[in-house]
Design a binder for this molecule. Structure first.
Ligand code: FES
Length: 166
């Protein structure tokens, strides 16, 4: 749970701040506002998108449409580190499914889920454009290629260790 989320609900006061920085609010401001909102909350909770619609007199359907269209937006809580594991053809034939299974069982989550400690999310994605590295995963802006189930787990263990040391 991010610091912006309270136990009893979501603190929506940030939404007024966001909207006030975009006056007058135009449809062109929507993507930027959703990005700022996601940066703050860690994802786009329903209540937050409803509040944005209310404050900006924008149809809720339009906001949901944008939030679901762009892959950068997440409608569920998302881990600090998003593991984007390629499921493209080149990676698939080099046993990406085995890596996916290894990561899933190591982290205890399935594709599309986030660990309880909010550290990792696992997401299968289409070709990352780095087939020469297949099988490959992307975490943040770092590519990890020529993976084996063992090396993928090692990467995750190192990230978890580094994160603890911070
Ligand atoms: S198929 Fe995996 S990077 Fe292209």
């Amino acid at each position: 749970m991010t610091k912006a989320l309270k136990q009893e609900g979501i603190d929506l006061s940030f939404m007024s701040k966001i909207v006030s920085t975009h006056v007058p609010f135009s449809r062109e401001d929507l993507i930027g506002s959703l990005q700022e909102t996601q940066d703050h909350y860690g994802y786009l909770p329903e209540e937050v998108m409803d509040k944005l619609a209310e404050l900006t007199s924008t149809p809720v359907a339009l906001i949901y449409g944008i939030a679901t269209f762009y892959s950068q937006f997440h409608l569920k809580p998302h881990g600090k580190y998003a593991i984007k594991l390629c499921r493209g053809t080149a990676c698939h034939v080099k046993e990406a499914p085995k890596i996916s299974s290894a990561i899933s069982s190591h982290l205890g989550i399935k594709d599309g889920e986030t660990t309880n400690d909010m550290l990792f999310s696992l997401e299968s994605v289409a070709c990352l454009g780095t087939c020469f590295l297949s099988p490959v995963m992307l975490i943040g802006d770092q590519y990890y290629g020529k993976l084996t189930p063992e090396s993928a787990i090692e990467v995750l263990e190192n990230i978890a260790k580094e994160n603890k040391a911070k």
